[in-house]
Design a protein around this ligand. Structure first.
Ligand code: ZN
Length: 382
């Protein structure tokens, strides 16, 4: 078994549902000499499992870049852009954000608990996708500025995640890298970091330090004031969104545990009598450490912007950012089980019940929903 096959098998064991795995080594990916020593493997993949982005194995370390997360980041960012710049009102924006979190939560829940309830939640999002996301995809297709802004933000948001993981690598193997980071922006980065972590739990302080590595990497090489503020806003938006996505994943995990204590679904496909109203029985959970970090990243970026005499927040530009961004975005998750259309809820419930015991059909629907509006031809590994 060669080096690559070995790494691939290891990833497959840890992430059984991972698809589109592509592995490279840092020596082939990073041209600048960062003195990384033996370096690390970089695995791009698509997986609903969003934790464990740094894997240690005998042969070294594997940094995982999960395109599942970046595809949600891309869509949520596009919704935000659309809501502020192209939609008729904020009701549209709220709906779009809630539905994207519903899709994420539905997928997380379905992977952890294949019940009529999780299938119904996913089906609701399919019905919404055609009616609402179609507008966004169409706008993105015909408006090059929109498309470029969304793609630029997607790149920056996944780059931030990767740089965070690289921060861990530096902290372990090359801690002297920090000195150069801390001196950036006339030493302000180091001073802000020291002040921010004074009374912090050491584990969260380390995570935040790696966030600062990510922020510093994201804001270097900016071209002008607009670009600088856009980058800072994108980072804050990204952290707010990741805090919300990880909270949704935590809610899915807790809810699946709660459902596991209940008896299995009993659905008689020959019984056409009216069925009872479906109760979801949700157990809400939040990723508190990540929410704390998102708040710290916000304050941090606010201070860096102020250093330059700029304000981080504002309604101006392509990416408006309110000071309440973290609370606003995390708040959308709390509405993910709501549905204001009884017809959609009832039909989804009915179809979800009809898929009872038909795993292959549901899996087809699940995978097909990911390329619903896409022109890509994706081949799923068997
Ligand atoms: Zn970390």
């Amino acid at each position: 078994m060669d080096e690559w096959e070995n790494i691939r098998n290891r990833i497959k064991r840890l992430r059984p549902f991972a698809k589109f795995i592509e592995i490279i080594h840092s020596r082939d990916a990073i041209q600048v000499d960062l003195g990384l020593g033996d370096g690390f493997y970089l695995a791009a993949l698509y997986d609903e499992q969003i934790d464990a982005n740094m894997i240690s194995i005998k042969q070294g370390r594997i940094l995982v870049q999960n395109t599942y997360l970046s595809s949600f980041a891309y869509n949520l960012f596009s919704c935000w852009l659309y809501g502020y710049n192209y939609a008729s009102g904020f009701r549209d924006l709220d709906k779009l954000m809630v539905y994207n979190f519903k899709k994420f939560l539905g997928e997380q829940l379905y992977r952890k608990a294949d019940r009529a309830r999780s299938r119904a939640l996913l089906l609701e999002t399919l019905l919404f996708e055609q009616s609402m996301m179609a507008k966004i995809v169409a706008t993105r297709d015909r408006n090059p500025a929109f498309s470029a802004a969304a793609t630029g933000a997607e790149n920056l948001m996944s780059f931030a995640l990767l740089m965070h993981e690289l921060g861990h690598y530096f902290e372990t193997y090359k801690p002297e890298m920090w000195d150069a980071i801390a001196m950036r922006e006339d030493g302000a980065i180091g001073a802000f970091y020291e002040a921010a972590v004074l009374d912090l739990d050491p584990a969260i302080a380390l995570e935040f330090k790696c966030d600062v590595y990510a922020i510093a990497a994201c804001i270097q090489g900016y071209t002008d004031r607009t670009d600088y503020i856009l980058r800072l806003r994108t980072i804050v938006f990204a952290y707010a969104m990741y805090a919300a996505l990880y909270s949704a994943a935590a809610t899915a995990a807790e809810t699946a545990k709660l459902w596991a204590e209940e008896p299995p679904d009993e659905i008689d496909l020959l019984d056409i009598a009216p069925f009872e109203h479906m109760e979801y029985g949700v157990k809400w959970a939040v990723d508190k450490p990540l929410i704390v970090r998102a708040g710290m990243v916000r304050t941090f970026c606010e201070k860096i912007a102020a250093c330059q005499g700029e304000s981080l927040y504002g309604e101006d530009g392509i990416l408006p950012l309110p000071p309440s961004i973290v609370e606003d975005i995390v708040g959308y998750v709390g509405k993910a089980f709501d549905c204001d259309d009884d017809n959609i809820r009832n039909i989804s419930n009915l179809v979800a019940r009809s898929l009872h015991g038909h795993d292959a059909g549901m899996e087809y629907l699940f995978l097909r929903s990911k390329v619903f509006l896409s022109k890509r031809k994706l081949v799923i590994e068997k």
